[in-house]
Design a protein around this ligand. Sequence first.
Ligand code: ADP
Length: 337
Amino acid sequence: MVLTDPKIQSEDRSLDLTLRPQVWAEYIGQEAVKKNLKILIQAAQERGEPIEHLLFYGPAGLGKTTLAHLIAKELRTQMKVTSGPAIERVGDLASILTNLSAGDILFIDEAHRLNKLIEEILYPALESRSLDIVIGKGPSARTIQLDLPPFTLVAATTRIALLSSPLRSRFSGGTFRLDFYSEEEIKKIIERSAKILGIEIDNGAIEEIAKRSRFTPRVANRLLKRARDFAQVEKAALLNKDFAVRALELLEIDLAGLENTDRMILETIISKFGGGPVGLSTLAAATSEEKETIEEVYEPYLMQLGFIERTPRGRVATRRAYEHLGRPRPAESSFLA
Ligand code: ADP
C-alpha cells in the first residue's frame, strides 16, 4: 500500500516549491543539524570527495527534503529524487543507480517503504559502489557486477523505527533528527513566506497563524495561504489578526492547532475507551482512519502537545487533552504521571 499523506495535497507541493529556502540563511531553525551538515560538506569539499550517506528523520513537513536540496546546491551537484514506494522492482533501482554521475546526490523519500529485496541490492551499492544484478533464471542465471560512480544517498523517513538496522547502519555520514519548530521560528518562516507571496500581513496575524501551525513549516505556509485567500475575498488589503482568526475558525483549526480529525481521535479515546489505554488498531477501527495515518500524521503532534501518551498497553489521553476539550476529568489517580 502506498500511503498518501492527507496533509500533503498537490497544492501543498507547489507551495513547497515556491517557498522552499534556496540558501542556508533562509533555512530557519534546526541549528544543530545545520551546523553538522556544514562541517560535513566543508570537510568533504576539502578532500574532494562526495559526502557520506545521510539519513534525516522526523514528522512530515519539517524540512527534510529542503535540507537535501540545500546540500546539493552547496555542493553544486545534481540531485535525483525518488521515494521508497516508487522503487518497486530491482530494475527500477538499477536504472536509477546506473544513471547517476560522479558526485550526484540520490534522495530517497519515505525510505521506510523500500522493500527488502531493494534494500539488499542497495547495501553493496552504498558500501562498495557496486551493483550486483542477476540476469536470467534457473541454471542459466548469472550475476553481473556493475561499478557505480561515487554518489551520496540522502534518505528521509517519518518512521525511523521501520528502517531495518542493516540499512540504518549504512548512513555513515550521520543520522539526523528534525524537531518541531518553536513558535518564534515559525513566525519567521511565515514572515518570509508572506514576503515571497506578496502578502501584506501584520504581527497579530503572523502570531495567530504561527500558534496554530503544528510547529511545522509546511502547515504554516498552508495556513498563511488560506488566510490570504480569506482576506482577499473580503477585499482587505492587509491580512490582520481578525482575518487570520476568522479564516482559521472557518477551517476549524483550534487554538492549539488541532483539526477535526485530531479532536475526533482524542474524543474517541476519551468517550469510547474511558481515556485509554487503547491499542492503535482498535483506535484506527473506531475512528475509521488508517493506522499509519494516525501514527505518522496525527499522533506526533498530539504527543508533542502532551495530549496523548504511548504506553505499552496503548494510547492514553492525558489530563491536558481533557482540559483542552473541556471534558470533565476522571479521578486524578487514573492519569499517568
Ligand atoms: P519534509 O521533506 O520534511 O516533509 P519539506 O522539506 O518538503 O519537508 O518542507 C516543507 C516546506 O516547508 C518547504 O517547502 C519549505 O517551504 C518549508 N520549510 C521547511 N523547513 C523550513 C525551514 N527550516 N525554514 C523555512 N522554511 C522551511
